[in-house]
Design a protein around this ligand. Structure first.
Ligand code: CAO
Length: 413
């Protein structure tokens, strides 16, 4: 079946996580993604966090599906020549090297535009222009500098990073949107453009509600935060534990049998109050003046959730979900990675996929979270290092067997 991005060719200079998540998504939408890797080494993640010796790591395989791999030393003369030809033949170039790396290779934005004015040149960097523009950045640095860490965790504990890779994979999503938007504009203008996504900006964008709260703080305490009414608020948005960031209070409450992930997140909204009190056996509070409205409950949300927890501790997280959802009480079991890996509905939708790999054998991966009705995703295994070098040189830039042999001889590929 035809794919949304059929005919779009991407020169993929990305490595580690942020950039590869972007180009993987575009490959799932049908783009021909040519991953350029250093001869003999490849993307550093190929050999990071190995579970099986001498086999591409899951770190690599799970971020590089549906791509082709060419090995190319873009610092050698012949390598630069081949790279220039690839820039001529591609629609998009994506990269997430340390700041200035491509300039140092001799491929500035000006040079790239000279080679191919239709080229969309897309980069992930840690920071935008400013004091930290030259810094290298990994996931947790982005979480810390983008506002996520200072607002995550419990009030009496240190700042916490989250397991969700909001800096890397989050910024990869932004870059993918920037690229397809630039492709759309190119339809009208015929020109490429520069797309830059900073990881700090991406994390801050996801912390929008915390910047909202920073401004609300000037007008009084944040009443939905666990610090209210007895704790203190300082100058900055405090860590809110498991309190809900939305207008309805919520908390993670313990469930049976009491394992580390036996919790359910329960939200108390006015339309579910009566039913929730009935279920937990506190009918007496339904119309009680101290409990019946959200406003009177606000200063004692901790007691409210403690009562709910007395009941949830007698049920599994799945029973809590089954009982409360039909009663208009939004809730969700805290699902472990083990729960998610086994969940049949996620297998059916292709959100969890089993993929076979020639040297690793079968493994699980997370599929495309974006489902298009006219462009279904087929998850294909990641390429071996340089698996498509000859094929790409012949098919994309028209090299002969002799030219390929010469490039190999010179150590360019
Ligand atoms: N041929 C020749 N040289 C190559 C090459 C190729 N095919 N591919 C890469 N290189 C070179 C680069 O040009 C660079 O050389 P210079 O330092 O001489 O300019 C060198 O390899 C290393 O690149 P790097 O500095 O990007 O890699 P690093 O491991 O030191 O840093 C990272 C990694 C992620 C911290 C850095 O790339 C970065 O800050 N990227 C931007 C932010 C980002 O994406 N962070 C997310 C990381 S996790 O997803």
């Amino acid at each position: 079946m035809a794919k949304a991005l059929d005919g779009v060719r991407i020169l993929d200079m990305t490595h580690v996580q942020s950039g590869p998540t972007c180009t993987q998504l575009l490959a799932w939408f049908g783009a021909d993604v040519i991953k350029v890797e250093r001869p003999g080494v490849g993307d550093a993640t190929r050999s990071q966090l190995h579970d099986i010796p001498d086999v591409d790591s899951l770190y690599f395989t799970m971020l590089n599906h549906n791509k082709r791999s060419i090995t190319l030393n873009t610092k050698s003369e012949q390598g630069k020549h081949i790279f220039t030809e690839l820039i001529r033949k591609c629609d998009v170039m994506a990269e997430n090297f340390a700041p200035g790396a491509l300039d140092r290779m001799g491929f500035t934005w000006e040079r790239i535009q000279e080679i191919n004015p239709r080229m969309i040149y897309a980069s992930v960097k840690g920071f935008g222009p400013g004091p930290y523009v030259d810094c290298k950045v990994y996931e947790n640095v982005a979480q810390c500098t983008g506002g996520a860490a200072s607002t995550t965790g419990f009030d009496d504990g240190p700042p916490l990073v989250t397991g969700a890779q909001i800096g890397d994979s989050g910024t990869g999503l932004n870059l993918a949107l920037g690229i397809v938007t630039a492709l759309f504009q190119r339809e009208k203008t015929g020109r490429g453009q520069r797309v830059i996504c900073a990881m700090q900006d991406g994390v801050l964008n996801l912390c929008r509600v915390k910047m909202r709260d920073q401004q609300r703080l000037k007008h009084g305490p944040l009443k939905e935060y666990p610090q209210y009414p007895s704790g203190k608020f300082g100058d900055a948005v405090p860590r809110a534990g498991n309190a809900s960031g939305g207008g309805q209070p919520g908390w993670a409450v313990k469930c049976a049998p009491g394992g580390p992930d036996d919790y359910a997140y329960v939200i108390i909204q006015p339309q579910g109050w009566e039913a929730l009190m009935k279920v937990i056996g506190r009918e007496d509070l339904i119309d009680h003046p101290d409990w019946q409205t959200p406003a009177v409950r606000l200063p004692k949300l901790d007691q409210c959730f403690a009562m709910v927890e007395e009941w949830t501790k007698t049920k599994t997280k799945f029973e809590v979900m089954e009982i409360l959802n039909p009663l208009n009480v939004p809730c969700g079991p805290i699902l472990s990675m083990n729960d998610l890996a086994e969940e049949p509905s996620l297998r059916e939708t292709g959100t969890i996929v089993e993929v076979d790999h020639p040297t690793r054998g079968p493994y699980l991966t997370v599929g495309n979270p974006i489902k298009l009705s006219d462009s279904p995703t087929e998850v294909k295994r990641s390429p071996l290092l340089g698996e498509h070098t000859d094929e790409i040189l012949k098919q994309v830039i028209g090299y002969s067997d002799e030219e390929i042999a010469a490039a190999r001889e010179q150590g360019a590929i």
